[in-house]
Design a binder for this molecule. Sequence first.
Ligand code: ZN
Length: 165
Amino acid sequence: MALRNILTEGDPTLNKTSRPVVKFDNRLHVLLDDMAETLNTSNGVGLAAPQVGVLRRVVLVVETNVPEGEEEFIIELINPEIISAEGEQRGSEGCLSVPDQFGIVTRPEKVTVRAQDRYGNWFEREGEGLTARCFCHEIDHLNGILFTSLAERMLTEEEIQSGEF
Ligand code: ZN
C-alpha cells in the first residue's frame, strides 16, 4: 500500500465528473487499498478517488455509527448512487481537500446508497447522521462538487476554535 497525495481546492481535477468503474481488477484494489491508507493517515471520515487525482466513481466512507466497544470501519463504494433520502440535518462539514476550513451544510438525516463492492457485487447500505452526511459529501466529489459551493456560510476561525456556531 502507498499513500496518495490529496489534491486541494483550486486543482481543476476536483471540479470534474468521474467516470464509472467497469473493471474490478487488481488496479482498482490497489487504488482502494492506497485510498484506505491515505484516509487512515489523514484522520478523515471519507475520501473520493478524484481527491487523489483518479477520475473514477470510487469512494470510501468511515462508518462511525458502531456499537460501543466496536471499531469503526471503512465502507468501499464503487459506482455509488443515493437511492433514497429522508429527514434533514444542518451542521458543520469539512473536507481533506479544503484543509482547516468548515462550513454549514444541510444534508439528509438518513440515506440509502446502492453501490458495488471491489468485486463488482451490488449492495445497498443505509447511513444515518455523520455517515449519511459523508455518503452525500463523497458522492458529490464524483460529480465535481465541493462542500464549499453548498455551504450556506463558512465558519470563522473563532467559531472553529470555540466549537460554537
Ligand atoms: Zn471532501
